[in-house]
Design a protein around this ligand. Structure first.
Ligand SMILES: Nc1ncnc2c1ncn2[C@@H]1O[C@H](COP(=O)(O)OP(=O)(O)OP(=O)(O)O)[C@@H](O)[C@H]1O
Length: 249
């Protein structure tokens, strides 16, 4: 459903993503983890057609992304790390605009949107987006993506800015969509989310995938027994020497 072959992105002399391969199956929730600056957002921007790779190829829903960009973009949903929305529109106008662009102006989508708004306590659609908090924008962005029920959903740090209730609702909704066949690719720094929600996890550092698999497969890669995802992540990414640094402070 999401396939990347030798995907690479250079910014000048700097390689942000270095020949990564991904093969994410239909109905899978794939968690993409890595330290700050590892290359997660850059990868996601390439997978969603926002950024052109330096080399490599991408297939989404079994079609080459670059030869079928419009068709694929109409079938996927993207929740970026910063919800960029038209600040001078009211929530209702933004929703109409999105429904128009995606030709989703039908009863089914409207009903789904109303249900999601009720779950998320979105009762501010008559206000201007410019007056929303980050979390309010994030919830509306998520609602306008989920209302379309896309075949594939990409989310970059989706719970950042959400309160505990909204984060819990989002996790429940994503699991429901996954059970109905949606493929989900998400980046997160919250290891508990990855451990509990994701079928498979990829750990990226310095632009390369260091490990990939389900929790059992990742545990088997570790030298120690019964490791949590946090232990495995720190072991792989080298963050476990922070104790020594703190002692020296
Ligand atoms: N447009 C750009 N021009 C130059 N360098 C960039 C650009 N975008 C990203 N980078 C660099 O590429 C690297 C990977 O960035 P990216 O945003 O993909 O990391 P990330 O894993 O999403 O990090 P974080 O967890 O901090 O959000 C970083 O070193 C970043 O500075």
């Amino acid at each position: 459903m999401i396939k990347a072959i030798n995907l690479k992105k250079d910014f000048g002399d700097f390689t942000a993503v270095n020949s990564i391969n991904l093969d994410i199956k239909p109905g899978e929730i794939y968690g993409f983890l890595g330290p700050n600056g590892a290359g997660k957002t850059t990868t996601m921007r390439m997978l969603t057609g926002i950024l052109k790779p330096t080399s490599g190829s991408i297939e989404i829903i079994n079609k080459n992304l670059f030869n079928n960009e419009l068709e694929i973009k109409s079938k996927i949903g993207v929740v970026p790390d910063e919800p960029k929305m038209y600040e001078n529109l009211k929530g209702t106008e933004y929703v109409e605009f999105i429904m128009g662009i995606f030709k989703a102006n039908n009863e089914e989508t409207k009903n789904r949107f109303d249900e999601i708004c009720e779950a998320f306590n979105i009762d501010y659609l008559n206000d201007y987006i410019g007056d929303y908090s980050h979390g309010m924008k994030q919830k509306l962005m998520v609602a306008t993506v989920l209302m379309r029920k896309p075949k594939v959903i990409f989310l970059d740090e989706p719970t950042v800015g959400l309160d505990a209730r909204a984060a819990k609702i989002l996790k429940t909704l994503l699991e429901k969509y996954k059970n109905e066949g949606t493929t989900i690719f998400l980046t997160t720094h919250i290891l508990e989310i990855a451990e509990k929600m994701c079928d498979r996890i990829g750990i990226i550092k310095d632009g390369s995938i260091l490990a990939e698999g389900n929790m059992d497969e990742l545990r088997n890669m570790s030298e120690k027994e019964n490791q949590s995802l946090e232990d495995i992540f720190l072991e792989l990414t080298g963050g476990d020497e922070f104790g020594d640094i703190i002692k020296e402070l």
